[in-house]
Design a protein around this ligand. Structure first.
Ligand code: ADP
Ligand code: ZN
Length: 528
């Protein structure tokens, strides 16, 4: 660390030392090199570009898609005496003119811009002039995962950032994100033109977050039970939290229902008016004990430190999304819980959605891989944190702070039941859903069974020794493993895949998790 660096760190930012990789990142950026920074939320990404911008001549250009955050950051920097400004759609003509004058006359240390602004010819000509004159200290590309076409935060404007920064050779670029599975990571390097950049990866572990997954039977009752008694008997009433759902309608319903149960719950989704959405955000941020029931639209830029729980009542589409969403809990370092209820319908629905989507085969393949990783986590019988971290290429031991560590699941040899389900699917012509297959196995004479003469099948009633609930769990795990797959051509029908062949023909063993007790309680003590 040069003297300048430590002086600025202390005197401007008021920090006594760097955290983690910050020192190395700052040093490289000051030296004019490119880097890609992967750091979890709250890890201290801002300093990685703010400090070099002060140490290098000229203005640091920060590209950020989050207007609200831009605002907050600029305010905070100004309080520290840093000459910062933003340039986005919320600026008035006068403000824009003043910012333009300031940047042109070399009076700014940091300028935050929205990506679509950066692309405007008028802005680019200002930038060119600044480059020739006072100079550009660096380009920081925040929320760099927005360049990923596979992610739900995709911003088409990000695809053009490589082209623009290439106009200014010699200006270091630093791309930062808190979301980066291997696919997104490759995209950041390639699409942002950062092929030669150094990658800095911080640990993604959030040790104070406890991960718990429960088998879903009755969403509402289970959610309520979770809120009433946490995962270990401590009520979460009065705590701030987020409940993520897959649909807008469901956020409204669950919020209304939680309000009836006495919770201060409010919905949040992209279909709400802008004013209502910002009011919800404000309430969540400023008041205590607000529960936001949201779609993934409630996301980037939530920086409330004391969120005590994040609950998922539907299965997320990817593990990176899940990590990001659960990462909003416990930013203050105090114990927090990431709870999820997940069931057969979730896995069938998500698989059907992908199988039946009109996307390109490549797109489908990526979606399938992402979902498989998510299912690997949901169905885990080993430490969940290990699985989560392994997805980000990070090795770790058993954490002692997830449900599978605290309460190891019972495994059973389900080879025979698996064969029964698979042959029931084959014998019924692979045109029925889970419910009907289970009815056949249990030997129930439902109208549908009689209509199709399925009571005549050799598989009829062969599974009466296993409970309905256990069967659902078996089917769910087989769908999760891809041995049964929803037929894109026939709503709800499950077909037997190639992956099932070793089990059907060779008797390959199938180890499954036993269904959990109705209430998944994990043992005390609750430690961080
Ligand atoms: P991120 O953008 O990665 O989510 P921030 O840049 O907002 O994280 O930093 C998170 C918090 O950590 C902020 O409150 C910031 O002031 C603090 N912080 C960052 N770097 C340091 C440091 N070296 N020493 C102490 N606090 C730091
Ligand atoms: Zn664990």
């Amino acid at each position: 660390m040069t003297r300048d660096t430590s002086v600025v760190l202390h005197e401007v930012f008021g920090f006594t030392s760097f955290r983690g990789a910050q020192a190395a990142i700052v040093e490289r950026t000051v030296a004019g090199e490119d880097s890609v920074v992967l750091m979890p939320t709250g890890g201290g990404k801002s300093l990685c570009y703010q400090l070099p911008a002060l140490l290098r001549p000229g203005v640091g250009i920060v590209v950020s898609p989050l207007i609200a955050l831009m605002h907050d950051q600029v305010e905070a920097l100004r309080l520290l005496g840093v000459r910062a400004a933003y340039w986005n759609s919320t600026s008035s003509a006068e403000e824009t003119a003043a910012t333009r004058r300031a940047v042109q006359s070399g009076e700014l240390d940091l300028l935050y811009v929205a990506p679509e602004r950066l692309l405007l010819p008028s802005f680019l000509s200002v930038l060119q002039q600044v480059a020739d004159d006072a100079g550009i200290a660096l380009f920081a590309i925040d929320e760099a995962h927005c360049v990923s076409q596979w992610g739900h935060d995709f911003r088409p404007e990000y695809l053009r950032l490589a082209e623009i920064t290439a106009h200014f050779p010699g200006v270091p670029r630093i791309a930062l994100t808190a979301t980066a599975d291997p696919i997104t990571r490759t995209e950041i390097f390639e699409r942002l033109g950062l092929v030669g950049a150094t990658e800095f990866v911080s640990s993604f572990d959030r040790p104070n977050i406890r991960y718990v997954v429960e088998e879903k039977n009755e969403t509402r009752a289970q959610l309520l039970r979770f809120l009433e008694s946490g995962d270990d008997g401590d009520s979460l009433r009065g705590e701030a939290g987020i409940v993520y759902c897959q649909s807008r309608k469901r956020t409204e319903e669950i919020a209304a229902w939680l309000r009836e149960a006495g919770y201060d719950a409010i919905p949040y989704h992209a279909g709400m008016a802008n004013d209502d959405r910002s009011a919800a955000q404000q309430r969540f941020r400023r008041e205590d004990g607000v529960v936001v029931v949201a779609t993934i639209a409630f996301g980037m830029g939530i920086d409330k430190p004391d969120v005590r729980f994040v609950a998922h009542v539907d299965l997320p589409k990817s593990l990176e999304g899940y990590y990001q969403e659960t990462g909003r809990a416990g930013r203050d370092g105090e114990p927090a819980i990431a709870w999820m209820a997940y069931g057969l319908a979730d896995v069938v629905q998500q698989r059907s959605f992908i199988n039946g989507s009109g996307g390109s085969p490549e797109h489908r393949r990526v979606d399938q891989m992402k979902l498989d990783a998510m299912l690997g986590y949901a169905e885990a019988s080993t430490c969940r944190r290990r699985i989560l971290l392994a997805y980000f290429d990070e090795q770790s031991g058993d954490c002692g702070n997830c449900d599978t560590c605290l309460n190891p699941p019972e495994l059973w040899d389900a080879t025979v039941p698996a064969q029964k389900v698979l042959s029931a699917a084959i014998r019924t012509g692979q045109r029925f859903g889970a419910g009907h297959l289970i009815d056949v196995l249990l030997g129930k004479r439902t109208p549908k069974v009689e209509q199709w003469d399925h009571d005549q099948l050799p598989t009829f009633g062969v599974g009466a020794d296993v409970s309905d609930r256990e069967w659902r769990s078996v089917v769910r795990q087989l769908v999760a493993r891809g041995m049964l797959s929803p037929d894109p051509a026939r709503m709800g029908a499950l077909v037997v895949t190639e992956a099932a062949r070793p089990v059907l023909e060779g008797g390959a063993a199938v180890q499954l998790r036993r269904v959990q007790a109705p209430v998944a309680r994990v043992k005390k003590p609750r430690t961080a």
